[in-house]
Write a protein that binds this ligand. Structure first.
Ligand code: IMP
Ligand code: MG
Length: 179
């Protein structure tokens, strides 16, 4: 195991199974609706790629990049749009795909923004949910795993831009971010 990782929380296989399960659910729920899946960069990239490949109905994909954390491990509460969508969302059924729902600020801001752009609907799909971090109420229609109050990395999740490439999700040793 990588030296900075305290323990593995979700294995490659568990992550693959969850992505498939959620992709199948979305296929059932959105049949005939041609949903627009919006990956929130960069954290959701691995989950997004695995999950959308398990969707077997017509759909389109797009990406947004937002920043709320900077380099630290604690949210600043501000959400800055670094990259916006390529096309309008007017009358589209939008599903925002995130790596982790923590304070809820990122997703509540994005939900408000896209609803104001006259999307037909906006829902949230998050791989991980960390309820202990919540500062703003947000409802995720699809949520993969509920996680405890630990700093997680891997499978897209980063600490100061590192560890995204790990194929599993692990708990980062506290001494790494308490330095
Ligand atoms: P929120 O606005 O606080 O809900 O922020 C969610 C974002 O914070 C996610 O997209 C992640 O980038 C980041 N984040 C929250 N918790 C963790 C964690 O445990 N590891 C890595 N990134 C995290
Ligand atoms: Mg991040």
């Amino acid at each position: 195991m990588y030296q900075d990782i305290q323990e593995i929380m979700f294995s490659e296989q568990q992550l693959a199974e969850k992505a498939a399960e959620i992709g199948a659910k979305i296929s059932r729920d959105y049949a005939g609706k041609n949903p627009l899946l919006v990956g929130i960069l960069k954290g959701s990239c691995m989950f997004f790629a695995d999950m959308v490949r398990k969707i077997d109905i017509p759909c389109t994909i797009d990406f947004m990049a937002v920043s709320s954390y900077g380099k630290g491990a604690v949210s600043s509460g501000e959400v800055v749009i670094l990259k916006d969508l390529s096309y309008p969302v007017t009358d589209r059924h939008v599903i925002l795909v995130e790596d982790i729902l923590d304070s809820g600020r990122t997703l509540s801001n994005l939900m408000r923004l896209l609803s104001a752009r006259d999307a037909a609907s906006v829902e949230i799909c998050t791989l991980l949910d960390k309820p202990s971090g919540r500062k703003v109420e947000v409802e995720a229609k699809y949520s993969g795993f509920t996680v405890p109050d630990a700093f997680l990395v891997g499978y897209g999740l980063d600490y100061a831009e590192n560890y995204r490439n790990l194929p599993y999700i692990g708990v980062l040793k506290p001494e790494i971010y308490q330095k």
